[in-house]
Design a protein. Structure first.
Length: 113
């Protein structure tokens, strides 16, 4: 199995994995366990276009330092929102909001290509 295929499988597993959480946080985990449908379509519809949009976004300076770091951890390294939150010692909602803001900017770049 090539490294690229292995990386794609691990990334997918990390994005869709469900972590053990308290009952109070269960609803939020279900909501954040998989990438949003529109982003999933971007990944599947045209990876070359998505890569170019991502490169332009990262080079544009439009992301804050936090958005950029969390975006890369989630979409490149495949970490879940909760894994990033644990690593940064913040609430996962903060991570969610940062990544969603970055994803909205990515969609603008994607549409321009």
């Amino acid at each position: 199995m090539s490294d690229e295929i292995y990386h794609q499988q691990v990334t997918h597993e990390n994005r869709t994995s469900r972590l053990d959480v308290s009952i109070n946080g269960l609803e939020e985990t279900e909501q954040l366990a998989a990438p949003p449908l529109d982003l999933d379509l971007i990944h599947k519809s045209d990876t070359t276009k998505a890569k170019e949009a991502t490169k332009r976004l990262l080079d544009s300076g439009e992301l804050t330092e936090i958005q950029r770091r969390r975006f890369l951890l989630h979409f490149v390294e495949g970490l879940s929102y909760r894994q990033i939150a644990h690593r940064e010692e913040v609430h996962f909602t903060s991570v969610h909001e940062s990544i969603e803001a970055a994803a909205a900017k990515l969609q603008k770049f994607f549409k321009k290509i």
